[in-house]
Design a protein around this ligand. Structure first.
Ligand code: DHE
Length: 522
């Protein structure tokens, strides 16, 4: 209803700004709507309103439409649209929309759908398999997912998902449930034991990603639209708290990403439009008291009044850590004490200590590291962090003791995803962008050299790997509508099996994900 009335209101807007140039709205509908959604509300692409474009000047937006945006699915329109048309589009997306549909607790609750009563379903798996060695494969090609047996590599179930899932699905700590987020805000809970989607809720209009708490009780959802972070009850997906995301001075922001920090029993939230990083403890045991002690020393950063507002009984209080730059992406060190953050606007990564709230180092990276898919391992007695770069052809290896870059491994193109496993000598990284997108490099973790490059399906993007629970096999995606998941022996790199799949974007092993295996994404 809300969306319909918004559409009606928008139809009443004047359409023609200049007789020769079609209106920005008409151009939007023709060229942008299929990805950015009806009424600019976001779909595969982000929502496009001035509130969401604060960090992008109009001139830069013009350039992005003309040339495309690196590391996204945004194509170049320079050959299709002339300068005036692009300017008209830019004006349109910077036009405020007075009737943005609200998406608060009421709307979230109203969207709630129960497909199956959880209490009526059996509590044991209705199929034979090692429940820790299962994979969920997200298939973007037809908006489905496959539940795969990680020993036999046979599918157990294939089911419809919401449109355009993005980010890794997250498991409950016992591995029984998996939670998905779609770009348009739907959160779905799938019961693996019973192969059923049991409950769904729409927690936002344009969502970033989700995190599951270590006790399995809460789901945190980070949104682009509205500017909110939503905490759901993991059991029934009902909203427990909707947080309007603003900095200490009340300036609002999109959420870049939310992650769980297991030893801290907290969610950490990176903000896109304000220079703050949030930590939100979810443990029932004294989280607020601990934070009060911390905040006392950081009054300036936290904001006057915030401390007093934390009541002992308050669930999910916010610890605000001032950051020097906006944070678009981040990664934890293995002890979850430091966060390495990166911003699209700066070349250096920043290391922020979550305990002191201080930036302790910068890491010269000179590109656009894809920190979220970084991994760590032991190298010559120290711990190193490795990240692909979505702008430059390299993998950067960083010493985690002193945050110095110890090596840049030249690759055949910018990469998106990187993976390894405790039991494997090798790390795999894709070449997602450019003419070599069909290739995947295998790096020896002890020499930091590429030892093998595979190109399993010429011309088709090979990307995103995941290991089996024991690290013996590697599953690689061929990102094509008629794509595949290819299983390799992790030692010999010999192909074991090819499973046809519809653009399998990512695959997620229950054991590796629930045990926060160092070689996988968290
Ligand atoms: Fe992703 C994860 C951000 C574009 C496929 N991507 C993530 C995460 C973030 C992120 C913050 C971690 C969330 C999590 O797992 O909880 N992605 C961004 C962007 O900012 C960017 C560059 C622009 C955007 O459109 O939002 C972007 N991502 C893409 C794509 O274009 C990809 C290739 C195709 C798609 O699905 O749209 C893509 N992103 C993925 C995948 C993951 C992901 C498959 C999960 C990786 C994992 O192994 O955990």
């Amino acid at each position: 209803m809300k969306l319909l009335s918004l559409a009606a209101a928008m139809l009443a807007l004047p359409l023609v700004a200049n007789a020769q140039v079609p209106s920005g709205e008409a151009l939007y509908e023709e060229h942008c709507q299929s990805c950015h959604g009806v009424n600019r509300l976001g779909a595969m692409g982000p929502a496009l309103f001035p509130e969401n474009l604060k960090r992008l000047r109009k001139g830069k937006a013009h350039k992005v439409i003309t040339k495309g945006r690196i590391a996204t699915q945004m194509p170049a329109f320079g050959a299709k649209l002339n300068n005036d048309e692009i300017a008209s589009l830019v004006d349109y997306i910077y036009t405020p929309e007075a009737n943005l549909p609200p998406w608060g607790e009421k709307e979230i609750l109203a969207s709630h759908v129960v497909h199956f009563e959880q209490s009526k379903l059996p509590n044991t798996a209705q199929f034979e398999a090692d429940l820790m060695n299962l994979f969920i494969v997200v298939e973007l090609g037809d908006h489905s997912a496959t539940l795969l047996n990680g020993d036999t590599f046979e599918p157990i179930d294939r089911f419809k998902t919401r449109f355009a899932l993005h980010g890794g699905p997250k498991y409950s700590p016992d591995g029984r449930f998996v939670y998905f987020a779609s770009r348009d805000g739907w959160i779905s809970k799938y019961d693996i034991y019973n192969t059923k989607t049991v409950v769904e809720v729409r927690a936002g209009i344009n969502t970033r990603n989700i995190a599951v708490s270590s006790d399995g009780k809460y789901i945190m959802v980070g949104n682009y639209l509205p500017h909110s972070a939503v905490i759901l009850d993991a059991n029934d997906l009902k909203p427990l708290k909707v947080i309007d995301v603003t900095d200490k001075d009340g300036k609002s922001s999109r959420v870049s990403a939310v992650y769980n920090a297991p030893p801290r029993t907290s969610f950490v939230v990176a903000l896109k439009d304000v220079k703050e990083l949030w930590e939100i403890p979810y443990s029932d045991e004294g989280g607020v008291e601990v934070l009060k002690g911390w905040a006392h020393d950081h009054r300036k950063d936290v904001g006057e009044g915030a401390v007093e507002n934390w009541k002992s009984e308050e669930q999910f209080p916010i610890k605000r850590i001032a950051s020097k730059e906006f944070l678009d992406d981040f990664f934890f060190d293995p002890d979850y004490i430091n966060v390495i953050g990166a911003s699209r606007d700066t070349k250096d990564g920043q290391v922020i200590n979550l305990d002191t709230g201080k930036q302790i180092a910068t890491v010269p990276m000179n590109g656009m590291p894809h920190l979220g898919s970084g991994i760590t391992w032991d190298y010559q007695g120290k711990q190193v962090f490795a990240t692909p770069d979505i702008k430059d052809a390299r993998v950067t290896i960083i010493d985690m003791d002193n945050w110095k870059v110890i090596k840049e491994i030249k690759t055949e193109g910018p990469g998106f995803f990187m993976r390894s496993h405790e039991n494997s000598k090798y790390a795999w990284v894709d070449v997602f962008f450019g003419p070599n997108k069909e290739k995947v490099h295998i790096i020896d973790k002890s020499t930091l050299e590429i030892v093998k490059t595979l190109a399993p399906m010429p011309g088709k993007t090979a990307a995103h790997v995941e290991f089996t629970k024991d690290g013996k096999y590697v599953l690689l995606s061929i990102w094509d509508k008629d794509g595949a998941v290819i299983v390799y022996d992790a030692k010999t790199f010999k192909e074991i099996k090819r499973l046809p799949m519809k653009k399998p974007s990512g695959k997620y092993n229950v054991y590796n994900k629930t045990h926060y295996e160092r070689g996988t994404s968290h």
